[in-house]
Design a binder for this molecule. Sequence first.
Ligand code: XMP
Length: 508
Amino acid sequence: LVLVIDFGGQYNQLIARRVRDNNVYCEILPCTTDIEKIKAKNPTGIIFTGGPNSAYLPDSPTISTEIFELGVPVLGICYGDQLIAHLLGGKVEKGGKQQKEYGKTEITYKESALFEGINTNSVWMSHTDYISELPTGFEVIAYTADCPIAAMQNVERNIYGVQFHPEVEHCLDGDKVLRNFLYNICKVKGDWTTDSFIEDKIKEIKEKVGDRKALCGLSGGVDSSVAAVLMHRAIGDNLTCVFVDHGLLRKDEGDDVERIFRDKFDMNLIRVNAEDRFLSKLKGVTEPERKRKIIGEEFIRVFEEESEKLGKMDFLVQGTIYADVIESGHGNGAATIKSHHNVGGLPEDVDFQEIIEPLRELFKDEVRRIGLELGIDEDLIYRHPFPGPGLGIRVIGEVTKEKCDILREADAIYMEELKKAGLYKEIWQAFATLPDVKTVGVMGDERTYAYLVGIRAVSSSDGMTSDWYKMPYDVLEKISNRIVNEVEGANRVVYDITSKPPGTIEWE
Ligand code: XMP
């Protein structure tokens, strides 16, 4: 196990991901974690992340220097590097015009186990502070034109620091730096795979749940499906899945869920048709965060009612994955952007003993890999992510059945055309949205006055950042023609060309 200690930087989850790509299991812990807890985890290596603060300021995130006495190799990245310098007697200062470096930067490496096998000379920088004096016992192992201490080491104490960001894609050979740290310095075994994750998780769940009963909220999306099947493997019929059809799903989605989970996996599945209930709660509500809260809360209430009918349920299983955690502001230091209902909007008085989130530490692509290994249909596994509140936040403004139906039809055509064009898998997420806007059109000799449909497609690897997908014109044309011709109530289509940031993926 390698621990990534989170100081609030924006690339923290990427670090964890790169570590796992090297077949090493890792977990992210906030820097406020008690040192005893860190010790108890018995890590083989520790990585300090970057962060937006200045190591020398009194209120900045920090960590007990005991961490350097554990005999475990430490690698500091950016803020992590500066914090090591600051804590161990070096000096960190605010950079003048010169010492600040952003983006691609030329670097000169010296000999170090950290840089073994690297022949390139460019890295990716993003810092305003810099280390002006080495801590005692350290030596410089890389420098740039403006930054005399771009990397440092204390071989005896096994402490390393790099000012650049080896975790980001644009950092040449950054993956080698991390790999060298893991294999040359931490001497990891490198035997973590999705197979071993499944085995370990099943064991862990069995131990935790024992003979008790768990209720799983199945949404039909990748995350909750994988969580459910994993739980089912571990505890069999002690798991009951409740699938709340809130009437805000994509076309045919509800029937697909029944087919897969009841028929194929032979799981206890209860489908609750609660469309009316959700729509009546949403009546007149237009504010997105309030819609999320209402849907999230109603979801839990429906669960509770079902679980009451089922008798005592000890655990509630959720398909939360890492991106949900960090975007809800639960990752240390990250700001709340949207409260994803499966984390942020959870009512405080949830009446279950405990919540189990078996995928909480995983990235989307890892969840997919695990789902395939568990035998879940490819179609479901590669289905684009779908927000918990569903069409509730894709129908902009007030949600009504009429609008949901229009959107469902438009979205289904859009997906069908993407699949036909062979683009579906290449796109990270695509969907139609229905802004609360009607426009004038002409069909035959008739004037029409109907809804505008927005279509969006983005490329991304984790949903944290994304770029709008450069969709071929002929495909766009086909989609637009079909939507306008086939969907009653829609007469115009626009394509969203906003990246994230500054946009978010969903419109609400
Ligand atoms: P945004 O719109 O924040 O979306 O860029 C990032 C990813 O999260 C999904 N999303 C949600 N998922 N509950 C969810 O479970 C939500 O309230 C929610 N809002 C956005 C979004 O579809 C994208 O994949």
